[in-house]
Ligand binder design. Structure first.
Ligand SMILES: C[S@@+](CC[C@H](N)C(=O)[O-])C[C@H]1O[C@@H](n2cnc3c(N)ncnc32)[C@H](O)[C@@H]1O
Length: 248
């Protein structure tokens, strides 16, 4: 079973692929969407869960999501159609680095997906290139809540993206020409809900499919993820979602 399929199964009960509750997702979207006909672009949209909520909660808003994987697109688009908002949601399978939007967006989302551009600041540069004048960026990413063990740091910083503490992260964003007009730091309860959902959905799928050839892989992946969370980065890795406007 490939990584995307595992991730798709793991997000069955928590389609938002970040430690952010539904209530907070709606609140953050309310804060970012400042006009009734706003266009929202999500760079690294996952299955499009943020955008489904945006078009559902904001009549008149249109949304485009871009992700390198189309896992979950069909499900989200079917749900959008069922809710009568399908004509306002478009999901595109493409590398975000290559995506050229036909129109500027009033709101650009990058939630847990800055790594698609390598790091936070290149992700913000990309967001800026897609943003209309007076636009708003919702940027969600990890930071170190506490200094991690070297092993935990090595495990979670295995790509180009390195994390810093919250104050340093926000200072870098401000120095890059952005003004935070709001921010939400995910609570431990949001993290726990996300991680128990991730590991639990995958484990439950394996238990429900005793004859599936990928059952063992799903159980092993779930247990390894749970172990790495509970014995490693629980309470150490933080997640913040910033509502940003360009500093004039
Ligand atoms: C942690 S998930 C977050 C998904 C979504 N923003 C959410 O909060 O539900 C990160 C997403 O970035 C996508 N991604 C990673 N690299 C990408 C790239 N180069 N182009 C487009 N999407 C990418 C992954 O496929 C994944 O869906």
């Amino acid at each position: 079973m490939d990584r995307q399929t595992l991730s798709d199964l793991a997000h069955a009960d928590h389609p938002i692929a970040a430690p952010v509750s539904d209530v907070i997702v709606l609140d953050l979207l309310d804060r970012a969407i400042r006009r009734p006909d706003a266009h929202v672009l999500d760079l690294g949209c996952g299955e499009g869960a943020w955008l489904l909520r945006a078009v559902q909660a904001h009549e008149g808003v249109t949304a485009t999501g871009v992700d390198i994987s189309s896992a979950g697109f069909d499900r989200t688009l079917a749900e959008a159609a069922r809710l009568g908002v399908g004509d306002r949601l478009d999901l595109v399978q493409q590398d975000v680095a290559e995506y050229r939007s036909p129109r500027k967006a009033d709101v650009v989302l990058s939630i847990g997906a800055a790594y698609a551009f390598g790091e936070l600041l290149p992700a913000l540069a990309a967001a800026r290139s897609h943003l209309a004048e007076d636009g708003v960026v919702l940027l969600g990413d990890c930071f170190w809540e506490r200094e991690p063990d070297p092993a935990v740091r090595a495990e979670l910083e295995d790509g180009p993206q390195k994390y810093v503490d919250l104050a340093t992260m926000v200072a870098r964003v401000v120095a890059d020409g952005w003004t935070p007009v709001y921010g939400h730091v995910s609570t431990l309860a949001e993290w726990d809900d996300y991680q128990w959902s991730w590991t639990g959905s995958l484990a439950a799928w394996a238990l429900d499919h005793p004859d599936h050839p990928d059952r063992e892989q799903a159980l092993t992946t779930s247990a390894a993820h749970r172990d790495s969370w509970l014995n490693g980065y629980r309470g150490v890795l933080g997640f913040v979602t910033l509502v940003l406007r360009p500093t004039p």
